[in-house]
Design a protein. Structure first.
Length: 271
């Protein structure tokens, strides 16, 4: 077996968690990531017959039975992942009963997956039903996107339209727009179910006054999606109190979307 600490998927988790902490998106133990892995790749590093222990997920993920995920740990700090991945990450497999996670590696000293695991698993199922290539779900607290929650209407069309106006690339990077949920109690199946419902329509979902959920086919795509929304929100927060002299017009957004061949939300434009 190869050394699991050298596995590309462990390295990816180390790098992305370090970046998210550095950017100030994941203070303390805020934020969590789940990444569905290719079983053939994982088999080069782990013996699937060696289950360290089982963990109750609190949710029936029967559509994910046998799927393997690397997931950040509950109460763990992103800033510590790079130095000690085995304590702060875990690799789990959804067991045959659908409600149990089999720990294959990590969560040293009795750790467990993020308390948001049910929301992640629900989101994975929702995204896979739309796009079988979606493998990553990230929950984080990007500063300017969160700040924007307090000064902008939490309306999907209006929020998306404002973001699209901020950067030329926005309608190309997230043509499906952003979903929005009101404030809800985190760590519950209720917010997980609401997020998953939105994930059938959007890859980016705002949790009002809390943070966001982003999804994509790999780490780069998912991180890039969040980066782009956050950059647009930053520009909005820097300019919202100033007179608007220029903007990207809806007709120009259409021109952009059609030139790059993306399937954009026409109902989110004012044409």
């Amino acid at each position: 077996m190869k050394n699991i600490l050298t596995a590309p998927f462990v390295e990816e988790m180390k790098k992305v968690t370090a970046n998210m902490y550095r950017l100030g998106w994941d203070e303390r133990n805020g934020g969590n990531i789940s990444y569905m892995l290719d079983a053939n790749e994982v088999a080069e590093y782990l013996d699937f017959d060696k289950v360290i222990r089982t963990i109750d997920t609190g949710f029936n993920a029967d559509k994910l039975i046998g799927k393997i995920f690397i997931v950040t740990g509950s109460g763990k700090y992103f800033k510590n992942v790079q130095e000690d991945p085995e304590a702060n990450l875990g690799i789990i497999r959804i067991a045959e009963d659908g409600i149990t996670a089999e720990l294959l590696w990590g969560y040293r000293e009795g750790g467990r997956p993020t308390s948001e695991l049910p929301a992640h698993l629900m989101s994975h199922m929702a995204r896979l039903s739309v796009d079988p290539e979606n493998r990553v779900v990230m929950h984080t607290h990007p500063t300017h996107t969160l700040a924007m929650n307090y000064v902008h209407e939490l309306d999907e069309k209006k929020f998306t339209h404002t973001l699209w106006e901020m950067c030329t690339e926005c309608i190309v990077v997230f043509p499906d727009g952003v979903g929005v949920l009101p404030w809800m109690l985190c760590g519950t199946n209720e917010i997980g179910e609401a997020t998953a419902k939105k994930m059938e329509e959007f890859r980016f979902v705002i949790w009002g006054m809390h943070g966001i959920y982003g999804a994509g086919k790999d780490m780069d795509e998912t991180f890039g999606l969040i980066e782009t929304v956050e950059k647009a929100a930053q520009i909005y927060m820097l300019t919202a109190h100033l007179p608007r002299i220029n903007t990207i017009k809806d007709s120009e957004m259409v021109e952009l979307a059609e030139y790059f061949g993306v399937n954009y939300r026409k109902d989110f434009l004012n044409l």
